[in-house]
Write a protein that binds this ligand. Structure first.
Ligand code: UDP
Ligand code: MG
Length: 317
């Protein structure tokens, strides 16, 4: 029997890109051999005509399903909803803006058919069209997170990835609320073949990422996959406790030898400010973890589907 391949496409305000994406996919998939295809467009609470366009497409082509969220839940939730509802033997996650070149599907399928790998993922080899400052922070982020977490997070890895059933199942089972896909893909393990590709500009519309958005996302990644910042906070605390102890000894000795306990107001003021700062920093780090824990224990759903053309999906998941 022909294998079924599910294509998951998170879409947020992609009215211009979706039709282009669909046309391109239609063209490419006919050249890829005897496979069946299903499309899962996840409309992540778009404010433009994305949903109308998806509904029109779904009427023309019964391989298309759309899951439309009741509001914007974020790309991570959209991908999760797609993975939960994909039925394919292979599942591929792709952006709607054609930044993930459909031409690569051919190589991905070939890798999967070999039977050695559980997933085939695209990896950006150059950061050509990116501002240098962003590349610098991105590199730093990958260096740091790989040192301090046990999820293997590859520099330049993007979410464009084809996976087999086993891997999809493992990812769906990871029901955490704070989802950091790059970490989750790495954490579940399995054998991944990396396929290099050059960065492509988006076809239409604009990116939803600002510099600060990415910065916050990277902090999220670290907090989600490592408790190292907490250890650093404790070690800093320990170190300064020892320093404080030595200083007390010194002050007592000074008083006994020279009898002048009053001098040193400036150094005192500096110390109070310094330790105040460190304490707040450490409490802040703890706060980050507590906030994440708070969101996890509430066990809120990852997404709520308002409209869909499929009858078998769980609307709240
Ligand atoms: N996206 C989404 N929800 C969001 C933001 C983005 O589903 O809240 C989708 C978006 O429609 C696109 C993909 O995620 O298909 C990647 O977004 P974008 O192109 O803005 O990110 P970039 O490619 O610049 O990293
Ligand atoms: Mg993009």
């Amino acid at each position: 029997m022909e294998k079924l391949i599910s294509v998951i496409v998170p879409c947020y305000n992609e009215e211009e890109s979706v039709p282009l994406f669909y046309e391109e996919m239609k063209r490419i998939t006919t050249t890829l051999g005897p496979y069946q295809w299903e499309y899962l467009f996840v409309d992540d609470g778009s404010k433009d005509r994305t949903l109308d366009i998806l509904q029109e497409l779904a009427e023309q082509d019964d391989r298309i399903s759309y899951l439309s969220f009741s509001r914007n839940f974020g790309k991570e939730s959209a991908v999760y909803a797609g993975l939960c509802n994909a039925r394919g033997d292979y599942v591929v996650v792709m952006d709607a803006d054609l930044q993930h070149p459909p031409a690569m599907l051919k190589d991905m399928i070939a890798v999967m058919e070999e039977g050695v790998y559980d997933s085939a993922a695209a990896r950006r080899v150059s950061r050509k069209n990116e501002p240098p400052i962003r590349s610098f922070f991105a590199r730093m982020f990958y260096k740091i997170i790989n040192k301090i977490s046990d999820a293997d997070i590859v520099d330049g890895a993007c979410d464009f990835r084809m996976m087999g059933r086993d891997m999809v199942q493992a990812i769906v089972e990871m029901g955490e609320y704070n989802r950091f896909s790059k970490g989750i893909f790495g954490w579940v393990g399995f054998r991944t073949k990396w396929l290099p590709y050059e960065n492509v500009e988006r076809v239409a519309g604009e990116t939803k990422w600002s510099f600060w958005g990415l910065f916050r996302y990277s902090i999220d990644g670290i907090v989600n996959f490592s408790s190292m910042p907490l250890s650093i906070a404790s070690w800093t605390g320990g170190f300064f406790t020892i320093v404080a102890f030595l200083m007390i000894l010194w002050i007592i000795l000074k008083k006994l030898l020279f009898g002048d306990p009053v001098a040193g107001w400036p150094s005192l003021a500096c110390m109070i400010a310094f330790f105040g700062g460190i304490q707040l920093l450490c409490i802040g780090i703890m706060g980050q973890y507590i906030a994440k824990t708070y969101l996890e224990v509430k066990e809120r759903p990852h997404y709520i589907i308002g409209k869909t053309n499929r009858s078998d999906v769980k609307r709240i998941g």
